[in-house]
Write a protein that binds this ligand. Sequence first.
Ligand code: GRF
Length: 197
Amino acid sequence: MANLAVFASGTGSNFVALADDLAESAHSLVVLVTDKQNAPAVERAAERSIPVFSAQYKGREREAAERDILAELERRGCDLVALAGFMRILTPTLIDGFPGPIVNIPPSLLPRHPGIGAIEKSYHSGDTELGITIHYVDHGVDTGPVILQRSFKRDEVADLTAAEARIHALEHRWYPTVVRDLLDHIALGQIRQGATQ
Ligand code: GRF
């Protein structure tokens, strides 16, 4: 078995999808890391008795908060980090300091529309396909190696709300699948420490 940490700042629907999927596996979601103590994701963790680590970013350099996070990840024996709506950009302190893979799920078809507001930007662009990307995190913003993309045709959705719902449904369908597959490989020793692909 292998241990997952999820980082989230908001609603936590992807956190829930991951937690509920892993609850039926040999792996464990050992900690929710957040920068927002009152985020709905924190309530979702409490309902599932999953520990929460609330990182203190305010009034400090990001690196100081990240060193605290790294200590927590080590203490909990985390093998994999899944970002799920964590609204802080990670610095090399965390990216290079964590020995396992870190993955993210931006709601766009990278390299199209990286960064914040990706769903709106995708919807209002002339792109004929919308979708999600799951990728390894590197030092850029939404630039790391792609693991999986899933898409649908823009003209299949009537408006932005429908596009958002369709994108979230893809996230909830595919993030647990990819994360569980990575955890399986880690547990079998098939992903070396620090690997990004
Ligand atoms: C998701 O849309 C994900 O693509 C993005 O942040 C959002 C988080 O939503 N990275 P939730 O908090 O998991 O509901």
